[in-house]
Design a protein around this ligand. Sequence first.
Ligand code: UDX
Length: 470
Amino acid sequence: MNDTIRIVVVGSGYVGLVAAVCFAEMGHSVVCVDNDQQKVDALRGGNCLIHENYLPELLERYRNSRVRFTSDLAEATREAEAIFIAVGTPQSGSGIADLSYVEAVASEIARSLTTYTVIVEKSTVPVYTNEWIRKVMERNGVSQNLFDIVSNPEFLREGTAVRDFLHPDRIVVGTDSERAAMVLSKIYEPLTDGSYYKQPDAIDGFCTSHKPPPLLLTSTKSAEIIKHASNAFLALKISFINAVSNLCEAANADVEQVAQGMGMDSRIGPRFLRPGIGYGGSCFPKDVAAFRCVAEQLGVDFALLSEVETINASQKTRFLDKVRSALWTLRGKKLGVLGLAFKGGTDDIRESPAIELIQMLITEGCSIQAFDPAAMARAEQVLLSGPNLQYMQDAYEAAKDVDALLILTDWAEFSHLDLQRINRLMRYPIVVDGRNLYDPNLMLENGISYFSVGRPTKHHVQEFATVGSH
Ligand code: UDX
């Protein structure tokens, strides 16, 4: 039996809430703190506010036992052996991470500490943050032997967050204190010793031949950099393949074949080589910008990161140009849009390339019929429906009477549409796919002209003959 540690998680966003219920699943006793009382009440009532696999089940399993929700950080702090700070670090105008939430939490912890507690940075923060947290503690008169600081970055992805948390590739623990390293090792022991995966009701336990994850001990600063560098590297991979896809278009080659050939080199690997309309979400855009700012502040020339951002932004305008080249002019065109979320499997629209593209298309004078399996409610909060934008019930309704159908999010269900039905519904059988979900030949066989990313365009000869025949 592993030891139970009393853990406080501050913040009930993606990282905080997932961490809280997963620590409970690993056998620990958890208090999850949020200063938004409405959120606290919702979570207490079992409403998890986030669209994420396994999260409702775990919340239901533990909300009346091992996980408690509160807005009282001071009280929670007094009971804690380890406090994980998982509050937001939004991007400020210049790109630099806004650490005011982290600072506010650190100050409140400092005012309430009574016994030795490990303070853990779980949010993605710049490399100097641990030093600032230490200063905040000292300025509030907290004795050095009452706390240690650990950087324990989280690598979970939206859509697979619970699984990623419980089955990580690695656990990074950055600290300069042996005592704190021991506490973190104890917390993660059910994963590192493999005992969690043997439990009969473990999430994805028996069904995977999961090797226990390694725990990598580093300095605090190295751990802070590992998180930023990992996300920036993944963003770089995406921008790289997007730049290659542009080259493929110019050379009339097929980027999918190129990515496949590159990915077979085990040094490169096949993942994160999917070309498209650019990366989005709450992490990559923010983290690449923050890492660029960190480099600037430290006087290091890391121009590569600016290039990653430039390629990502231009991928959207290139897609707009593609729609224009498929339709000649845009003003007055009616377009179906499949996908609003920044990627499939989530209702999150933060920094979603789909949302930005819809805004661009409306500015160009198009009217849009949009559908997303999960993100429409959130989208409606930023893109109000009106004469230029309607939200539809399903993909087929979105395709009805349109001049072209655009695929903007890689939802699995968009990759096996009934193409004959789609063809019959559209005014013109034209699909512009920003996610390369289809084999171009299949589209052609179904009488659809198909424009995708980094692959030769397939024009259906009947495209114009079918005008008005639906
Ligand atoms: C990412 C990191 O993967 C995760 O480790 C970190 O903790 C948080 O940020 P997430 O934002 O949930 O996770 O999404 P991810 O699946 O990584 O995708 C990010 C964006 O890149 C999406 O817009 C996705 O569509 C895009 N993407 C991803 C590509 O365009 N091509 C790819 O090959 C992979």
